[in-house]
Ligand binder design. Structure first.
Ligand SMILES: Nc1ncnc2c1ncn2[C@@H]1O[C@H](COP(=O)(O)OP(=O)(O)OP(=O)(O)O)[C@@H](O)[C@H]1O
Ligand SMILES: [Mg+2]
Length: 472
């Protein structure tokens, strides 16, 4: 990494695929004087394989001996390894060859026999250029990272853990299962996984598996050949093939038939498939991300979902928490949407009235982040001043939030009835405390750490109290 950011060119790794001893001598002399390392590849094919593995800054390749032809090799490397520069050497080079090489992305062309000094100049220029490409790529990667996860808001520890997982697995080919209620951000996570991987320049193909009848879904995903069924008038590649080199996102899996599950298992296991109506096997190279809002484990127990498929899918799973279990995130999310919609609708709305924010925090959000997003858009449209008031929010949301808040207060202060028998103070207080603890736990989705924080006591005090009350 430090090499990439230093101004002067230091220690580059150079691979030479030119069998001519005279060329090798000149190159060795030029490289040694600049402090670069040099290795000899026995053939062009070996050289390409080594470049593919990464870490090579410069390839010097003999055009006359090259197999594949030098034009193809250059085009191929430029597409897959743009950070490796290529210098072409040739004994018979015509002007046409030179033009062709440069057009295909060669950094330079050296005509044999060449002198050390010529080689040295060409090498310095090529390495500098390669470093520039690399720095740009690094920068773009860093930006992608920020933008993609920057769009996902979540201070909640569970969200933070999710971001960490996304960063850790994005640049692998591991299958990822994203679960969670509707509107919790499953699709956003799938997109982030793609955007942060090396496959980000490849396709991102999204298929909603729940929205299609099964036979259609099969041909959609796996493709079909002409005559496979009535109406199949042409060969058609499926979405798996379309996602080659990229990511396929299978949304709403979980309701598919046994036959379909077998097909899916095969792609997951061996990355191979056959188009419907064909027995020719096709290899696919795509990252698979799946999402469902069903409980797949329950489906496995009930025999509706294959167990082996479940284990294949469940290599890395990310569970999106419902919004009501991470209410601390509501203000930040609300502000994020406020800014976005104010801009979209060209309105100068900048803040929330405290009562409006309290209502948003207390709402139960069955539709999760998507519902919050819609509520804020509507509020921005309705807002008359620069702030969003309670009256700009949907009335049913405000009522439900008020009821929830009242219930919390009622828990803490049970009604005093004159003719009710008097309870000894100690046990009355104990009862109230127990109810308050239980409520806090429910409110925080069972997370004791957060419950303790919300109650304003430390964790060990909460644990002791829970033990005393027999709350688990
Ligand atoms: N953490 C987040 N930060 C910012 N915006 C979010 C976040 N989570 C979700 N959103 C936004 O909420 C909306 C719903 O998210 P998304 O479509 O990813 O949900 P989903 O879980 O895929 O829902 P469904 O099950 O209905 O497909 C999107 O507009 C998305 O941009
Ligand atoms: Mg979705």
């Amino acid at each position: 990494m430090d090499r990439l950011h230093s101004q002067t060119v230091t220690m580059a790794k150079v691979l030479v695929a030119d069998p001519d001893p005279q060329s090798q001598d000149a190159l060795r002399a030029a490289l040694a004087s600049a402090g670069h390392s040099m290795e000899i590849a026995p053939s062009t094919k070996d050289a390409v394989a080594a470049v593919d593995e990464g870490g090579i800054d410069l390839l010097v390749c003999d055009a006359d001996m090259s197999d594949p032809p030098i034009g193809d090799l250059l085009a191929d490397l430029r597409a897959r390894r743009p950070e490796t520069a290529v210098i072409v050497t040739t004994a018979f080079g015509s002007v046409d060859d030179a033009v062709c090489a440069m057009r295909n992305g060669a950094a330079d062309l050296l005509r044999k026999p060449f002198r050390d000094e010529q080689a040295r100049l060409a090498i310095e220029r090529a390495i500098e250029r390669a470093q520039l490409v690399r720095e740009n790529e690094d920068l773009r990667h860093a930006l992608d990272d920020r933008v993609q996860l920057g769009n996902l808001i979540g201070e909640d520890p569970r969200m933070q853990a999710i971001f960490k997982t996304v960063r850790a697995v994005a640049d692998t080919r591991t299958t990822v299962l994203v679960t969670g209620e509707s509107g919790t951000g499953k699709t956003v996570v799938a997109r982030a996984l793609h955007a942060m991987s090396a496959r980000r320049h490849g396709p991102f193909v999204e298929v909603n598996c729940g929205a299609m009848p099964e036979t259609l879904l099969e041909s959609e995903l796996f493709g079909h050949v002409r005559g496979a069924f009535t109406g199949a008038t042409r060969d058609k590649p499926g979405k798996f093939e379309a996602a080659n080199g990229g990511t396929i996102f299978l949304d709403e899996i979980g309701t598919s038939s046994p036959a379909f599950q077998v097909r899916l298992l095969r792609v997951l296991q061996d990355r191979i498939l056959e188009r419907v109506g064909d027995n020719k096997t096709i290899e696919v190279d795509c990252r698979i991300v799946l999402a469902t809002n069903l409980d797949l484990e329950a489906a496995v127990r009930q025999g509706r979902f294959r167990e082996d498929l479940y284990y294949r899918i469940n290599v890395v799973s990310i569970e999106m928490p419902p919004l009501r279990q991470r209410r601390e995130d509501v203000p930040a999310l609300a502000m994020h949407f406020l800014r976005r919609f104010a801009k979209d609708h060209g309105k100068k709305v900048e803040r929330f009235a405290p009562a409006a924010l309290a209502a948003l925090r207390n709402a139960s959000w069955p539709g999760n982040v998507r519902q919050l997003e819609n509520v804020i858009e509507r509020a921005v449209v309705f807002a008359q001043g620069t702030g969003i008031d309670l009256k700009d929010l949907p009335p049913n949301l405000v009522e439900a939030a008020a009821a929830a808040a009242a219930a919390t207060t009622a828990l803490a202060t049970p009604p005093v009835l004159a003719d009710a028998p008097v309870t000894p103070l100690r046990s009355a207080l104990e009862d109230a405390e127990k109810r308050i603890l239980e409520h806090a736990l429910v409110h925080c989705g069972g997370n004791r750490e957060r419950a303790a924080k919300a109650l304003g006591i430390n964790r060990s005090t909460l644990f002791a109290k829970l033990r005393r009350h027999g709350v688990r």
